[in-house]
Design a binder for this molecule. Sequence first.
Ligand SMILES: [Zn+2]
Length: 378
Amino acid sequence: MTDSPTLALAKDLISRQSVTPEDAGCQQVMIERLKALGFEIEVMVFEDTTNFWARRGSESPLFAFAGHTDVVPAGNLDHWHTAPFEPTIVDGFLYGRGAADMKGSLASMVVAVEQFITDHPNHKGSIGFLITSDEEGPFINGTVRVVEALMARGENIDMCIVGEPSSTEVVGDVVKNGRRGSITGDLTVKGIQGHVAYPHLAKNPVHQSLLAIHELATTEWDQGNDYFPPTSFQIPNVHAGTGASNVIPGEFKIQFNLRFSTELNNETIMARINDILAKHDLDYDLHWTFNGDPFLTDTGALLDAVVGAVDNVNQTKPALLTTGGTSDGRFIARMGGQVVELGPVNATIHKVNECVKVADLEKLTAMYQKNLENLLAQ
Ligand SMILES: [Zn+2]
């Protein structure tokens, strides 16, 4: 039996060892296919990262697929049952690094567009592809830079499907229609180092901080809303002390991270945390890292089209969730358009023996194609 177009393309992409930020020729394969459909291609290289933007049509609305060709490293090869960069089918599953995250999605997108354009060569609006090779890396020179370049010339994506593996049990059971924001604080509380036997000559920053940390850890930041769970605060790292049992430490480093809902933003969080620290009269430095604002795609044309497309294929509607980590969707959402994530089952992503059900690739292709029909068919 010959492979379906989606399966054949997914295999081709998986066989290229595009460990982040390498692209290993994956984008060129996609570009050739899109060029043949009449897409205009713009390769955008920023530092070590290759990206491309492709567009077919000049009208509004501009609908785009977004995704990444890079993958995380294979990990321990002894634990793989198949070679990670040799796509292999076992019992109806396609194995290989990137099968689910997200070369299967990329193949589905390209084939869905090929089939849609064959049926609707004079479609409404425009179709875009925003593809990067640094989603799994530091996300500095990837989607965020392409978004900046597009925004600078007023070319804003109105609607976007990111092909991240959103599904949990069957493909399409979950569509992510937003993501929480993420902010990290690196707090250094300063004391005075000294001998534990002479505490009156020192100032212990651990002791000084405990009530403030307790208050931070027990504060209710918000109650969430219809789409978001309550904002969470967690301390992943702390450090103080020299290792010696007779030295009062000179400083105490506490790192915290908040995953926050659309009820809050960076400014309100920073202000509330500084208020708490000030109340406890601490001498401190606080360095912030902004990992992304929350975004939400509420009711609208895109959500209707995607939910309808999933329903058409699965005979059941997807759950709309905002759970999970951040994704490149947060950068695309800055353009002010609607952004959702729809992709394969995420059970094996970043693990050894990453796989995707072959039948799910066909379903995903059908969902993407149906979505295009719902939005852009004449
Ligand atoms: Zn991914």
